[in-house]
Design a protein around this ligand. Structure first.
Ligand code: DHB
Length: 312
């Protein structure tokens, strides 16, 4: 069977499918469960400089074809995740930090701290949709630019951006220009689709309490949008040179889903809602299913199939 080994920004992963930030990755116990699973990397919850309780509950709800969440960045604070990274080193899997600030200074402080830590990669989250009164940073190109200017030369660990979904080619081109200009090593796309609303017709109420019920939509609903974003970035970001690694996320729950992301151009994928539904065993199942598909189709590995989408 073809091994689904891959690489993100020069860091090797034993297989293609790992955990998405934000699902069962806030506490040390949860991170250890990921370390002990078949996930080839340990992705940590987006953190802020100080600990946060997050939004009021209910702030997460499963939906028929996915989920909606408005967590509000509950996390134990940057220092704690730095400590967790050093304790997780013994598992010998790449550790990925995720930082989410409220201003460029927050990103600078956390980036400096994680550059000195045991994390292998730093995912800079520019797309949290769930903070009352705040826009998703990546939709404001000039703010995103200010943040990148603060962090891009701080250290040697590869930096990536967690991006929101784009619906317009011009916005995606603007972001691709920033990615190239600041030598971003990888992108993770897409974050949940912000400001969705789920309503319970029985109770005639919103499903979630914070932000008058508005939250980030995840799961099956968002897969085609994620695939579209990945394909466009793959086209825009020097695909021949393989300079910017692309991590796909959004509605992956089977090997077949992961294979679609591979054809679109993803170097690896993350799983969120399916991990919440199924627990850490999802990583073994989805990675195996993908390896079976690659084997049946005669691909020797991920690299051979990557980006190979055919047009009608
Ligand atoms: C949260 C949600 C996100 O989509 C994200 O990228 C980071 C944090 C949250 O609400 O906690």
């Amino acid at each position: 069977m073809a091994a689904a080994k891959t690489e993100i920004a020069g860091v090797s992963l034993a297989c293609y499918v790992f955990n998405a930030s934000g699902v069962n990755d806030s506490t040390f116990e949860e991170l250890e469960a990921i370390a002990n699973s078949a996930s080839p990397a340990i992705m940590m919850k987006s953190c802020t400089p100080e600990p946060r309780k997050g939004n009021d509950k209910p702030r997460y709800s499963m939906l028929p074809y996915g989920s909606i969440q408005c967590m509000g960045l509950p996390n134990l604070g940057c220092k704690e995740y730095i400590r967790f990274a050093s304790k997780l080193k013994k598992y010998k899997k790449p550790i990925i930090a995720s930082i989410a600030g409220f201003c460029p200074g927050d990103y600078k402080i956390m980036c400096e701290a994680f550059q000195k830590s045991d994390a292998d990669l730093i995912e800079v989250n520019l797309s949290c949709p769930n903070i009352e009164g705040k826009s998703q940073i990546a939709y404001d190109t000039s703010l995103a630019e200010d943040i990148l200017a603060e962090i891009w030369k701080i250290g040697k660990k590869p930096i990536g951006l967690k991006l929101p979904p784009y619906y317009d080619y011009a916005n995606q081109e603007d972001m691709a220009e920033l990615i190239k200009r600041f030598n971003v090593s990888f992108i993770t796309c897409i974050n949940s689709i912000g400001n969705a609303l789920a309503i319970n017709p029985e109770t005639e109420t919103t499903m979630l309490k914070p932000k008058k019920g508005f939250g980030g939509l995840c799961g099956d609903y968002i897969k085609p949008i994620a695939l579209g974003n990945i394909r466009n970035f793959y086209e825009l970001l020097d695909k021949e040179k393989n300079k910017v690694s692309i991590i796909g996320v959004g509605g992956i729950k089977s090997g077949s889903d992961a294979f679609e992301f591979l054809l679109a151009g993803a170097d690896a994928v993350q799983v969120g809602t399916a991990f919440e539904r199924e627990g850490p065993s999802c990583f073994k199942r989805i990675n195996k299913e993908l390896e079976c598909i690659l084997g049946k189709k005669g691909y020797k590995g991920v690299q051979e199939a990557k980006g190979g989408l055919k047009y009608l």
